[in-house]
Design a binder for this molecule. Structure first.
Ligand code: DAH
Length: 369
């Protein structure tokens, strides 16, 4: 700002020169007219109406004029600023209207276009069967236990008393991880979860362990390289085979209805002693042996019984490996394949339907998500 100007000479205070003021107005009006967007107009506003704009500078110079000159200069600058302000406001309204118009066009939603409907998914029946069994056992106070699918060979075999020469360890059954001496396998059974639990917890132990297992089988009507098992383990004082039979009966009743019974046959598993194979009464012919008849029962093949899975009293050696005194505690375990249980319970013919993941298959089991 210039100092006090006692001898007013408009030429000296060039900012207040009427020609300069007119020029500043013209320049501002041209810039306002040329502003094509609200952002551009904002820049124009700063340049022509802001504190450093020519007209703001001129306005400040008025203070330095002698009183006699102030009124006229004030009027001129005021009018000039008024014209600029008016033009800015008008252009602002125009540009806002243009923007709103454009948004309406660009962001138009055609509510009449048919929506892309996402078909509902469905819980896989393997999951449903596993859940049903787990729920029933949890309801009786058992706990759910889980283990990793990538398991150490020691937990999957050795600790379960499957020695280094056991045939199940051979290449044709087990997926070994590279390098072969990594000591890791894709677990071939859910039984290592028994070991993990016994190593971690003090008895009493009552666990149910559902999970995915892997074997080097080709996919056919009854086999799949990736399948599911469910395993139950109980360790307590005084458990006997009578308790095991009771648990097996409860299990098959949940799965196949209240009329179902079990029978057991001697078998061998390295981690149980004695070991048994469990059969349950055929839910189609109810045990009426139709073997050799013209039309043997399609579900059980005519024997009246259906094989469920393996079971037994936990081998004393396995208890000792897990730090549990076999003279104080005893226990039982059983395990079975969920795919097989599903095939039996729902009359699913082949394995392909179960593993293919077609939602239309899953939908038949009624649990949509
Ligand atoms: N792990 C066995 C298998 O995959 C099944 C099995 C048998 C589990 C006996 C058990 C058991 O818990 O006691 O063939």
């Amino acid at each position: 700002m210039s100092g006090p100007n006692t001898n007013y000479d408009p030429v000296e205070v060039s900012a207040l020169d009427p020609a300069n003021i007119d020029a500043a107005v013209e320049e501002a009006l041209a810039a306002i007219a040329a502003a094509g967007s609200l952002d551009e107009l904002k820049a124009v506003r700063t340049a022509h109406q802001g504190d450093r704009s020519p007209l703001a500078l001129a306005n400040r110079e008025i203070g330095a004029l002698p009183p006699s000159a102030k009124a006229e200069a004030g009027k001129r600058v005021g009018q000039a600023r008024g014209r600029v302000a008016q033009a800015l406001a008008t252009r602002q309204v125009e540009l806002e209207a243009e923007r709103d118009e454009r948004i309406l066009v660009e962001e138009r939603v055609d509510v009449t276009v048919p929506a892309v409907r996402r078909p509902h998914g469905a819980r896989h029946p393997i999951e449903l069967v596993a859940q049903r069994l787990v729920d029933a056992f949890v309801g009786s106070g058992w706990e759910v236990a889980e283990g990793p699918e990538l398991e150490s060979e020691w937990l999957n075999f050795d600790a379960l008393n499957l020695g280094p020469d056991h045939p199940a360890r051979q290449m044709q059954d087990t997926f070994f991880l590279d390098p072969v001496d990594s000591g890791l396998v894709l677990r071939t059974q859910t039984s290592p979860v028994q070991i993990r639990t016994m190593l971690e917890k003090e008895p009493p132990i009552y666990i149910v362990a559902p999970g995915k297992v892997f074997r080097t089988d080709d996919l056919d009507a009854t086999h799949t390289p990736v399948f599911h098992q469910i395993e139950c383990l109980a360790i307590d004082k005084g458990l006997t085979m009578a308790h095991l039979r009771g648990a097996l009966d409860a299990f098959v009743r949940i799965m196949f209805g209240p009329e179902t019974r079990t029978r057991v046959r001697a078998n061998y598993f390295p981690f149980t002693e004695p070991s048994m194979e469990t059969d349950f009464l055929c839910f189609t012919c109810h045990g009426e042996e139709t073997w050799g008849s013209a039309e043997p029962c399609r579900t059980c093949g005519g024997s009246g019984w259906i094989e469920l899975g393996g079971s037994g009293m936990v081998n004393r050696k396995v208890l000792r490996t897990c730090g549990i005194d076999p003279d104080v505690y005893s226990g039982f375990a059983f395990g079975l394949g969920i795919e097989r249980a599903l095939q039996l319970r729902h009359g699913v013919q082949g394995m392909h339907e179960i593993v293919e993941g077609d939602v239309r298959f899953s939908q038949q089991f009624g649990m949509e998500v």
